[in-house]
Design a protein around this ligand. Sequence first.
Ligand code: NDP
Length: 443
Amino acid sequence: MSYTMNVLEKVKKQNPNEPEFLQAVTETLVSLKPYVDSRPEYEKAGILERLCEPERVILFRVPWVDDSGKVHVNKGYRVQFNSAIGPYKGGLRFHPSVSLSIIKFLGFEQVLKNSLTGLPIGGGKGGSDFDPKGKSDREVMAFCQSFMTELYRHIGEDTDVPAGDIGVGEREIGILYGQYKRIVNSFSSVLTGKGLSYGGSLVRCEATGYGLVYLLDEMLRQHGNSIEDKTVVISGSGNVAIYAAEKVRQLGGKPVALSDSNGFVYDPEGIDISIVKEIKEKNRCRISEYTKYRKHAVYTEGRGIWSIKCDIALPCATQNELTEEDAKELVKNGCFAVCEGANMPSTPEAIHVFLQNKILYVPGKASNAGGVAVSALEMSQNAMRLAWPLEKADQKLKEIMTNIYNNIANTAKEVGQEDNFVVGANIAGFKKVADAMLRQGIV
Ligand code: NDP
């Protein structure tokens, strides 16, 4: 058996109860196989074994008291995956589905994603099975303060810099930051996604969604096409989905659908972003509310968003939300491009359908890297004690996403797999991390 497949078998044996983690590792190692197996220096230095094992896993108890005085205990996680090219960097996810497997898959993907940004950031991820939905502001504060009371000792501006993810937006980052500062008595860049009044960067809030569409735009341009007049279906209705939809609109495309975990809304005239912001960001309500504002829009309970006819699909909700059947439906309906805003939203079978049908498919580790890229820019601005104007931050984001596209497209071409951006992203992300690991000895 080849070196790569040997490592994969070992990882499967060692982590039998972590399906999402094994899914992410399998997808990556299978596509790295020809590249890695033809370079014996990687095997000699045990690069893959080390790449697949986090440097550190921190598990902790998060006790907090609800509004009725009842004590709750949630699980807290921080997985510090790989620091070969910079301090650990990656978001915190608060969602009831969070498990060690999910945090490890996200951390593993983050290592390669952060490498693709071209910035000096390693990979990590964290979170909790706490569900902020339906909690009062005081309960969210109680939870976040308790979470940080343990996390603070493991992070630092040169060690590990968390940010937001599902269930962790500006409100949560603000409270986490306040508690960190209170404990350590230091105003440092220990979290990103901060509010603009206390060290946040312009465009961070929009960065993942905007970055996704910048990369899509560049890919279409290089294929003699554009976003203009294209119908776009976007899943989710959180941070990534909202700003992806906004940028699609700005570039002349028409986003026609958004969703949440309850159902999806279809607006054939094009989603009105200001209404979505009001429903989701201001009122923290469900996407079904949209039809109260736009009478001709249709809300459907349950799955099914991928059956809407579109030219471009942008999955921006969560892992494994787009199945083989969904992929076949998209292809049948004429969809020609899929760029992932979420992490690992397409199942392996769905990816197979996209590649077989020559869909322009870009995996999340490349296409959703805009968020972490602007987070790294936030760290730079904090270190310099200055704040860039909007144009500069936005321009940087655009440059980074264009570079990522060129990097993954050129890498795919170099290995004879033109337009296979799965292979391109995995090899391009891996090369830089592996090279740093080779030079740093066996650590
Ligand atoms: P938010 O919490 O802002 O929004 C998440 C959205 O996805 C909500 O609409 C939510 O619906 C929906 N969703 C979550 N879980 C499920 C589920 N099991 N089934 C169906 N819908 C679901 O998160 P973000 O927008 O920040 O994150 C979305 C995705 O993008 C995630 O995969 C995240 O890892 C990825 N990402 C985020 C980055 C960022 O900067 N924020 C950076 C890079 C990637 P509901 O409200 O019903 O739960």
